[in-house]
Design a protein around this ligand. Structure first.
Ligand SMILES: [Zn+2]
Length: 355
């Protein structure tokens, strides 16, 4: 087995375990000494005392330490990939996007509706039916932007009626379809990484956001894109999103040094200047905030540069992890210092598990 990825601090993990935070799926499993059982962070079972819990980065590590998988949260079902039991259902849903699924249909397809509900709740914070509905809505929304009539889009989206469609769209976007034309639909997909799941958002042209799910800034990043672009977000994928997910996988496997998926990072002139300068910091190297400030021609503005670096919306891809303090120390990182250490070790050709 490969060297284990790093873990967040114990306080963070115990808190995440207590509050069942889905963002920590794939980052750790919690093993309970008194019962000999290990769980996902989101396990619905009653949580044990802190002193009884130990943590492992992967289910395999907990198994190797002699723990048994919990029957309620099934930590051996990979959190980051579509499980086998769900795949036929997703394929059927893709093949017939207009189909309206009932819980009977799910049972007919051999899927336990309660299990499907749990899986989609943990991953997207919505039910399976809610997910399909949001996706249909997103497809219809794109057509509106492309100029299709509202009624036609409503039919294609298979909503009961035009008024029902308008109501659903208004709830999802806070506006009527008339106003949707000016808004910008971004699809959001999750992708696994050794540092926990990443969110990737983009349209048909480019990727706008790559961010860790548990990062506190995430909501602000969404709000900033919403404000700057009039963006609305739907679950799903576009070609650039798919391409970025592939590039991220290759990067984490140590096989990719330069991302080539088209990017957009709309911001203030100062932010855009700093973010562009980040793209020039080569793989496997670091630079200081002061050097970055000099490159952007703002010698005195290292603090303003540091702030713009922290507001980077394209984690990993625009390499803010390569910026260090003047004395070479790692200083802050929005996604947590443990992630910054991991990324620098990966790029330096070191075994990330050893840092
Ligand atoms: Zn469990």
């Amino acid at each position: 087995m490969q060297e284990a990825p790093p873990l967040p601090g114990e306080d963070t993990m115990y808190h995440a375990f207590l509050s069942r935070e889905a963002a920590y799926e794939g980052i750790f499993v919690a093993a309970v000494r008194s019962t000999g059982i290990f769980c996902r962070p989101t396990c619905p079972a009653r949580k044990p005392l802190r002193a009884n819990v130990e943590y492992f980065p992967r289910a395999g590590d907990a198994l190797a330490a002699g723990y048994r998988p919990c029957r309620r949260c099934r930590p051996l079902d990979a959190a980051d990939s579509v499980p086998d039991w769900l795949r036929p259902l997703l394929e059927a849903a893709d093949a017939d996007p207009a189909r309206r699924w009932t819980t009977e249909d799910l049972r007919g397809a051999g899927v336990d509706p309660a299990r499907a509900r749990r899986w989609f709740q943990a991953r997207y914070g919505m039910t399976f039916l809610g997910y399909l509905r949001a996706r249909r809505l997103g497809q219809a929304f794109s057509r509106i932007r492309e100029g299709a009539g509202v009624a036609e889009s409503a039919m294609e989206a298979d909503f009961d009626s035009v008024s029902g469609f308008c109501e659903a769209l208004r709830r999802a976007t806070g506006r009527s379809p008339g106003g949707a034309r000016e808004r910008h639909a971004l699809r959001v997909a999750q992708t696994p990484s050794p540092l926990g799941p990443l969110m990737v958002a983009g349209d048909e042209e480019a990727v706008y956001l790559v961010e860790f799910w548990d990062r506190r800034l995430l909501e602000k990043q969404f709000a900033a894109l919403e404000k700057r672009l009039g963006a609305v977000f739907f679950p799903g994928e576009t070609d650039p999103v798919r391409r970025m997910r592939g590039e991220l996988a290759a990067y984490f496997a140590g096989e990719l040094r330069q991302f080539t998926t088209p990017l957009r990072y709309p911001g203030s002139p100062h932010q855009e200047q700093v973010w562009r300068a980040l793209t020039a910091v080569p793989y496997g190297t670091t630079c200081t905030y002061g050097e970055l400030a000099r490159q952007t021609g703002r010698r005195a503005a290292a603090r303003a540069v540091a702030r713009a670096v922290g507001e980077n919306r394209l984690a990993v891809v625009l390499p803010c992890h390569r910026v260090v303090g003047a004395d070479g120390r790692l200083t802050g990182y929005g996604g947590g210092l443990w992630r910054k250490r991991y990324l620098l070790a990966l790029e330096g050709g070191h075994e990330p598990g050893g840092v």
